[in-house]
Design a protein around this ligand. Structure first.
Ligand code: SF4
Length: 339
């Protein structure tokens, strides 16, 4: 079914741009387009919500394997604005998938122009994702990205309207697929057929789809007008608590303690229990007496001292101070926890 191409065969008259996540679907889509004899370049978006450890995710490995150029784009402030107020709303948690796809495809469109790609293709599968991959959503995304008829989805192309690439004969529709729905069975079979064995980044590697993270992000948006990428990064570290307008983050281990110390802004206070194993606690926001006491108590709760009063050291930006606090009850701690 699929032709093998080698570098020597790459006559490359037509170029296509792959929106590549590095997961199975976009890997298969790329392979299918390469197998039709086109030149392919790829673009990958890295957001602060990606679950992959390294930038570029599995896309780097896939691009290397296929020997195609890859552009890795880190999205920042502009992307945060979309997350905060998505025109098309959220999915089950804080994932504004339709707006997110529009955002990425708009960027991809610009890049396609730069590299001379005639169309864009993606690994999307009709009906695979509830929010962004049903027929109507695909249409909205195309229209609002200014790419109507210009996005090819090789895995579902035969059950979707013909795109420009098919109409103009750049791509053979007959050699594209008609996959639909959430089962990954056909993709796995096709991967086997194409001898694609390693696809490191499984679908759904986005923190916005996780309830626990979404609750923390929602709390951040509710309490802070200007959210920075550093604020978002901090949501991935430690246990999070809200006391009135104060945010309190307690480290869970040595490496989180280090990160919290490094993340401390000028106005933040840092807490540490004395003469016992202790987490580092960060207090953000207005520092009224009560908030300082709550942060010290949370530090005491997670310290190794389990009875009596705990001596907690904190730094108010000018000098170090000591506070003697009681260990709060589990119920008191849980009341403050986000979510
Ligand atoms: S899951 Fe996350 S990265 Fe994927 S489309 Fe939705 S918001 Fe964007």
């Amino acid at each position: 079914m699929f032709l093998e191409i080698t570098k020597d065969d790459e006559w490359g008259k037509m170029k296509a741009l792959a929106l590549m996540s590095g997961g199975l679907d976009s890997t298969l889509a790329t392979r299918m387009i390469l197998d039709q004899g086109l030149q392919v370049e790829a673009i990958n978006f890295v957001s602060p919500f990606c679950l992959c450890e390294k930038g570029g995710c599995g896309a780097v490995g896939v691009a290397k394997k296929f020997d195609i150029p890859l552009k890795v784009v880190s999205v920042g402030k502009e992307y945060l604005k979309i997350i905060r107020k998505p025109k098309h709303g959220y999915g089950r948690n804080m994932n504004p998938c339709i707006d997110c796809r529009i955002f990425m495809l708009r960027r991809a469109k610009k890049y396609a122009k730069e590299v001379g790609a005639s169309f864009i293709f993606t690994g999307e599968v009709l009906g695979e994702r509830p929010m962004s991959q049903h027929r109507q959503a695909l249409e909205i995304i195309e229209r609002e990205a200014g790419l109507k008829g210009k996005i090819l989805r090789p895995l579902s192309a035969r059950i979707l309207p013909r795109t420009e690439a098919e109409e103009k004969g750049w791509i053979s529709r007959e050699r594209l697929l008609d996959i639909q729905g959430r089962s990954r069975k056909r993709q796995i079979e096709t991967a086997r057929e194409l001898n694609i064995t390693d696809y490191p980044c499984p679908a759904g590697g986005c923190l916005l789809t996780y309830k626990e993270f979404a609750d923390k992000l929602k709390d951040l948006f509710e309490h802070k007008k200007r959210v920075t990428l550093e604020d978002v990064f901090l949501l991935k570290v430690g246990r999070h608590f809200r006391f009135e307008e104060n945010k309190i983050v307690v480290g869970r281990n040595e490496s989180e303690n280090k990160i919290l110390l490094q993340s401390k802004a000028k106005n933040d206070y840092c807490f540490e229990a004395q003469e016992c194993g202790s987490p580092i606690t960060l207090l953000q926001g207005q520092k009224e007496g009560k908030a300082v006491k709550v942060a010290a108590s949370l530090t005491a709760y997670y310290s190794d001292q389990k009875t009596g009063k705990v001596s907690v050291k904190f730094n108010d930006g000018n000098m170090e101070k000591l506070m003697l606090v009681s260990i709060p009850s589990k119920e008191e701690v849980e009341k403050l926890r986000i979510p």
